[in-house]
Design a protein around this ligand. Structure first.
Ligand SMILES: *Cc1c(COP(=O)(O)O)cnc(C)c1O
Length: 402
């Protein structure tokens, strides 16, 4: 064991709260590749949990960070800064509708903003309940936990924040049934990420949209994971042709510089007024500059096209290589958000793949989740397929031994 590894493990053990259980140290990254303390190279199909969509240490983003860090890092939102509104303009223009942005620092914080928007909107008509989906994930703050469709994350943190109820995803009849007069919003991920890489049915989304219009209910989308190019379109809703009233962003928005935000359609832009919502760091010049560089890369580097192309290639090859294995129930997803669905926990397969130097994630216990940088090359995709083929074989052998 290297000195840096042993010292790192020691410091984690003594000084870091044990809310995570990491298994691997990385010290350097470039593009879709990571290196450990002994200079061993890994192919990264996790991208810092769908964050580093332009790959590690992307030159455009690094340059923007360095230049902005030498100019102005933070002044707070009590003063104008010239970078944040440029980002707001760019993002709103790319949505294709008139709207406004609020910037914050994380996915949970962005979703908290959507929840506050919904409550403020419903307040005048005494409606304060938000319907969310089973198996959804919206964050770890108390309100976003209440919105999250997984009871086990809430356990021990009672009392729960009231005003939320969950219905099964992609089940329109269940949603209609839950629609009591106190409902002010419906909130969902167009592709559920943590819950198991499960895309919404486009017909379902159209019906949800129509229902929200009919009942004057806000349709809120959590694009924290499935947005920012991940599905092959800049925003997730553009892959489904259904426009929400407001949606949240975070993870990949600034390629690893902490940032979140939400976009509200113009019609609802005066719900949150002066003094009703705030964030000290929200939209710092530093984070905004990094996020602008991400948008430039989408415009000029063919990132979205590459995402669609490599995504289609991976989906086709994965579907082929999983065929011999009865423990694989299927491959699903969209763009470069792909899930290999197993009939048992996926953690053991993930560990085998790490030994093959492929970094992956799991989702919802039984799904192996692949969310590589959107800039992977065909060679990267082929290498991943070889590793997964070898990993599946090893996993199958380990099952037989038992
Ligand atoms: C990661 C994630 C969040 C929470 O984001 P944080 O930045 O960790 O607070 C919320 N919603 C979805 C869909 C996510 O994937």
């Amino acid at each position: 064991m290297s000195t840096v590894l042993s010292e790192t493990l020691d410091r984690y053990q003594k000084y870091v709260l044990p809310t995570y259980a990491p298994k691997q140290l990385f010290v350097r990254g470039k593009g879709a590749h990571l290196w450990d303390d002994e200079n061993v190279e890994y192919l990264d199909f996790a991208a810092g949990i769908a964050v580093c969509n332009l790959g590690h240490c992307n030159e455009r983003v690094t340059k923007a960070i360095v230049e902005q860090a030498q100019t102005l890092v933070h002044t707070s939102n009590l003063y104008y800064n010239s970078v944040m509104p440029r980002l707001a303009e760019k993002l709103v223009r790319e949505t294709g509708f008139a709207g406004r942005v609020f910037f914050c620092n994380s996915g949970a914080e962005a979703n908290e903003g959507l929840i506050k928007l919904a409550r403020k909107y419903g307040n005048a008509s005494h409606r304060n309940t938000i319907i969310t989906m089973e198996d959804s994930f919206h964050g770890r703050t108390l309100a976003t936990l209440a919105a999250t469709g997984r009871a086990k994350y809430r356990k021990g943190f009672e009392p729960e924040v009231p005003g939320f109820k969950q219905v099964p995803f992609n089940d329109f009849a269940a949603l209609e049934k839950a629609l009591t007069p106190d409902v002010c919003a419906v909130m969902l991920e167009m592709v559920q990420g943590e819950g198991g890489v499960l895309p919404a049915d486009p017909e379902y989304l159209k019906k949800v949209r129509a229902l929200c219009d009919e009942k004057d209910i806000l349709m809120l989308c959590d694009e924290v994971q499935c947005g920012m190019g991940r599905l092959g379109t800049r925003f997730a809703f553009q892959s489904f042709g259904v426009v929400p009233d407001a949606f949240s962003m975070a993870k990949a928005i600034a390629n690893g510089v902490p940032m979140g935000g939400f976009i509200v359609r113009e019609k609802f832009a005066n719900v949150l007024t002066v003094g009703t919502h705030a964030s000290t760091f929200g939209g710092t010049p530093l984070a905004s500059a990094a996020a602008l560089a991400v948008q430039t890369a989408f415009d000029e580097d063919g990132v979205l096209e590459n995402c669609r192309e490599q995504g289609a290639f991976l989906m086709e090859k994965l579907t082929e290589i999983v065929k011999p294995y009865s423990f694989v129930k299927g491959v699903r997803g969209k763009g470069l958000m792909i899930g290999v669905v197993l009939d048992r926990p996926a953690g053991a397969l993930q560990s085998i793949l790490l030994k093959h130097r492929l970094v992956t994630l799991t989702a919802g216990e039984t799904v192996l989740r692949l969310v590589p940088p959107l800039v992977i090359t065909r060679a990267d995709a082929e290498q991943a397929i070889r590793s997964i083929a070898a990993g599946l074989q090893e996993f199958a052998a380990s099952i037989e031994e038992k």
